[in-house]
Each structure stands twice: as C-alpha cells, then as structure tokens.
Design a protein around this ligand. Sequence first.
Ligand SMILES: Cc1ncc(COP(=O)(O)O)c(C=O)c1O
Length: 378
Amino acid sequence: MNRLEQFGHGGDRWTAGERFGIHPADFVDFSANINPLGPPESVVHLLQEALKDSGVPLLSQYPDPDCRGLRQALAEKLDVEPEYLAVGNGGAEWIDLAAAVFQPDRVGLMLPSFAEYAAAAEKRGLPIVTATVNPQRGWQPDRRQLLQLIHRSDLVYLGHPNNPTGTLLPLALLEEAAEEAAQAGTVLVVDEAFLDFVEHGEQHSLIRRISVFPTTVLLRSMTKFYALPGLRLGFAVSHPDNIRRLRQYQIPWSVNGLAQAAGVAALKDRDFEKRTRTWLTEERSFLLRELDQLDGVEVFPGEVNYFLLKLADQPRGRFTAQWLQERMGRQGIMIRDCSTYSGLDERYVRVAVRSREENRRLVEALRRVLGRVGVDQR
Ligand SMILES: Cc1ncc(COP(=O)(O)O)c(C=O)c1O
C-alpha cells in the first residue's frame, strides 16, 4: 500500500484519492500548510484577465527571464536591493540548486527537518552530517551543536521556522551561526518558507543584515502564505555573488509568466495580508486550545500555521501516525504522517491551521478516532 507521502510530501490529494476512494477535491487538507484564505482575490482576478489575453499576453509570450517586475516589487517590500534577489520555481528550486551550485563536500542537517534538504544532497551523492534536536530542549539546537555542524560541513540547511517542529532559532544564535559560517567558508542556507506566518516575522530574519553575511542564503516561499502552490513561486536573498551563481544553474524561464504576475499582485494586496494575520491569530489559538484538550495527544505549539503532535503511548499499546492518518483519511481529512522525517518516529503527525469550520471538523474527527483507541487499534 502506498504511503500518502510516497512522493515525499503532504498535500498529495491524488494519492489520498486513490487510497480512500474519495475525489481528490473533496479532502480537507491539513497535511500541507497552505493559507486557507487564499489565493488573494486580486491574484485570481488578475489571472482571469490575463487568460482572456486582454492585458499582457502571459501565455503567448516568453516570461521575463530576469523576473524584473517581481524582483523590483520584492525589493521594495523587503527593503533590499534587487541584485540581492533571485526568483525561483518555488523555494524548492533553490533548496535543490544550492547543493549543485556550491558543490559542498559535506551537507549539514539539523534533524528533524524538511525532506528536500537531504534529497538535494542525496541525489548528488553528497555525504550528509547531522545533528538532532529533541522535544526535551523544545526542539532547539544548543549553540555548540549548531556551530559544530557548521564546522563539520560546507553547506548547512536550517529551517527557520523549522518544518515540522514550527520552531524559530533565537536571532542572536542565528547571527552567530552566520558569522561562524562566513569565517569557516560554509554556506548557510536559512529556509524561511514559513516566516510570513510568524507574527513580526521580519524581526526574526537575517534579512536586514544580509549584506554582512557573505555565505548566508535566505530562502522564501510565496506558495504558502499566498496559497499559490499550484503556480510555484519562491525566492532567494543573498549577496549578489551568490545570486549570480544560483542564477547560472537555473533552467531558463523557470518562473512562468502567470506566476510572476501573480507574485506582483499578491505583494500589493495588503488587505489579504491583514486578513491572514487576523485569521491566524484567532484560529491558531482556537485549534491549539482544542488539540490540547484531546486525550492521548501531546501538542508542540511552535510559532507558525501548523502543529506537530505526538501520539501518547496507551495502556494497551502504541498507536501510530499511519493508523491515525488512515482513519482520518477515510473521513476525507488529510493529516501528515511525520514518521517519514529522520529524527522522528511513528508517533508524530502534523496538522495545519485552517478555517474555524475545518478546524472543528479536524478536532471532532480526532476525538472520535482517538476515543476508539484500544478498540480497533490493530
Ligand atoms: C520548509 C519548507 N521549505 C520549502 C518548501 C518549498 O516550498 P515551495 O517550493 O512551494 O515554495 C516547503 C514545502 O513544503 C517547506 O515545507
């Protein structure tokens, strides 16, 4: 039987559809962490107009190979020079290309973390050096562990916030890591794909001081906050020398015209941003409160729009993420089985924060399923 994560990630409605005999569109997906308010109306409207070919013919012309409009819009919003920016086909493109571009002898990972960091190294036969964080220390690396990782490898990937734990590193530690990486000649790839969901996220980023960290590459995604995973859009922020190198490895026109136009429109939509913040503040605390009340589940709150959960051992044995995922899937609810993350085991699952109605549905289903523990566990 295929795992729902057979292609490495959550959000695979097609595999879920085959497995549970439900139409892919009919699942409520808590396994990918996408903003349920999006995509912004303004983006949908723009794409509809574009497809009528009434504006710039986005389908019939090659897209701007330099993503000029979007880079300019990003530069203004983030207050960085456009030379510090490279737009990609999702953050995933830069995660992958970083391992090709910088040709490290060894790649450093802090586990558990997003699977594509290891995949980028493995597909190129690059040895991986790891350090592991644990729940006893709030999933935080200690200083020595992080600095050692930087010295033991030539390229380190750090999730910030980390997926699946949802945790942020203290900014002072991140700065020290970036300084140490520069001295050691190690490339530090800080993946900020979920930073937009963090309250005052920019204050947790090295972006303000990126010019003083010559070996640090920040990665951002526009697919999660703006709910555009089907279009693919992300970008890197780094010293122009690194940006030039990254760009050399990129497939020409890797960012299609619709994605570029959607990105510009999304960045302008401040109302969407505001509504998202209000939704997240309310729904994060609602879902956290509800999940905390469930028997048999330990909740790790993290700082973002998803929660890592640990299924508690029961008097009559342990029940697993796959067991839970199966029972939720039959009810049309997708959750992420986190046993596929190195550094976690079969007791971990992850769920996204969604709308009030969907969050209620999730909690009710969990309550029903977990209430049957020991009855149909096997
Ligand atoms: C931590 C993290 N980084 C990056 C990505 C890639 O995002 P995208 O390529 O859609 O921008 C993901 C997607 O799940 C992720 O979880």
